[in-house]
Design a protein around this ligand. Structure first.
Ligand code: PLP
Length: 429
């Protein structure tokens, strides 16, 4: 496999960008080796600057649910940008986007557009604190909510991958206000709320944990958290930056039938452009400036080109049967991978939700963060590289979920499973 151009770019980048990248997990630190640089992407495929083609199961970390460079999304962007890139006054597409989100997600009476998932979660906890007059927030081990100070406490994603779940630079006084819980542990949550419930402004959770691989909620767990929050006057915040519009059109809250007080979104609603959003009950959201005193703002928030990309993507995923097909294909992929692993005699387990999955080099089930962490990362790393050499790109970390798009069909799944038959033998060591 040719890598000359990527290697040269990485050498240049490493002089100028910390670790050679603009977001840590892209540096391949946990799997070893060097990252490749993208040339272009189309449908289910990513092409690097050395001419290698990959079936892409990262999908820009989630936004590309309709496949890369979808003609309808590109057309919407091209049409919109001809009228100007940013106005600094309201534009009609922001209203259309707010209508789209609130009609798809009934728990959101109102929304505010921002520029990233991180901004969305930071703003949501500010609303929780401002509305309740309380300071403490609760998060879960291995959950990642962006790089805001309050969230870099036992964090997942790149922080976990690099072994930096708690970051220097976060004042202890602030980190002390973040309480953490083990995901899927009913009793630990009850106990924490019994002890500290009256101080808790909000509990934020990835309803399906996609930043510590992919861990699904135990039956009744999210309902249990809903009840605890209601009983103790804390706000339940679903971070649906990853799961929103993916695991069902209305996200994990629709899939599990839970009504959070606030929700955060990103990725898919930007269609590949930098976008986030937070929303929720009218009485909470109307406390945000300028209708209320809780301040939050953004020069580029509601950017017309980003709205156009997001709206075109939402239109695509609203097609009847979109998520059913995504679910079927996710099962086909995971079943195929499990069969290939069995054939190779490798302990391997998958977890799945529509359009996202977890790969574990261990026997299942995997329902807790500790179980996810006990996956054999050395095997995963060998598997990752063997797959990459065979033209399949999985997330470069044993602790990140994989993503599928509507562009991943039978041919891509069959090619992936065929490559995996060889890669599992290599992974076995
Ligand atoms: N919340 C979740 C669940 C995420 O997965 C991410 C990013 O992966 C974020 C928040 C942060 O979003 P962003 O990277 O757009 O700031």
């Amino acid at each position: 496999m040719k890598t000359d151009h990527s290697r040269a770019l990485f050498a240049r980048a490493s002089q100028l960008l910390p670790g050679g990248v603009n977001s840590p997990v892209r540096a391949f630190k946990s799997v070893g080796g060097e990252p490749f640089f993208a040339q272009r992407a189309e449908g289910a495929y990513l092409f690097d600057v050395d001419g290698n083609r990959y079936i892409d199961y990262v999908g820009s970390w989630g936004p590309m649910i309709a496949g890369h460079a979808h003609p309808q999304v590109l057309e919407a962007v091209a049409r919109t940008m001809r009228d100007g890139l940013s106005f600094g006054v309201p534009n009609a597409l922001e209203v259309t986007m707010a209508e789209a989100i609130t009609s798809i997600v009934p728990s959101c009476d109102m929304v505010r557009m921002v520029n990233s998932g991180t901004e969305a979660t930071l703003s949501a906890i500010r609303v929780a604190r401002g509305a309740t007059g309380r300071n403490r927030i609760v998060k879960f081990e291995g959950c990642y909510h962006g790089h805001g100070d309050s969230f870099l406490v036992k964090a997942g994603s790149g922080a976990l991958t690099l072994g930096l779940p708690n970051s220097p630079g976060v004042p202890a006084a602030l980190a002390d206000l973040t309480l953490t819980l083990p995901y899927n542990d009913f009793d630990a949550a009850t106990k924490l709320f019994d002890e500290a419930g009256s101080d808790i402004a909000g509990l934020i959770i990835e309803p399906i944990v996609g930043n510590a691989n992919c861990i699904l909620p135990r039956e009744g767990y999210l309902q249990h958290l809903r009840e605890l929050c209601t009983r103790h006057g804390a706000l339940l915040i679903f971070d649906e930056v990853m799961t929103g519009f993916r695991v069902a059109l209305g996200g994990a809250q629709q899939r599990y039938g839970i009504t959070p007080d606030l929700s955060t979104f990103g990725k898919i609603i930007g269609g590949g452009m930098p976008v986030g959003a937070y929303g929720g009950r009218r009485d909470l959201m109307s406390q945000v400036a300028p209708s209320g005193p809780i301040y939050q703002a953004g020069t580029l928030s509601g950017n017309p080109v980003a709205m156009a990309a997001g709206l075109a993507t939402l239109e695509l995923i609203r097609a009847p049967g979109f998520h059913d097909a995504l679910e079927r294909n996710t099962h086909a992929l995971c079943d195929g991978l499990e069969a290939a692993a069995r054939e190779a005699g490798v302990a391997f387990h998958t977890t799945r939700a529509p359009g996202m999955f977890g790969l574990y080099f261990r026997e299942g089930p995997v329902e807790t963060f500790a179980e996810a962490m006990a996956s054999d990362t050395a095997r995963f790393n060998r598997f990752f590289h063997a797959m990459r050499e065979r033209g399949v790109y999985f997330a470069p970390s044993a602790f990140e979920a994989g993503f599928m798009s509507s562009a991943h069909g039978e041919a891509e799944i069959a090619a992936t499973v065929a490559a995996a038959c060889e890669a599992f033998v290599i992974a076995k060591g």
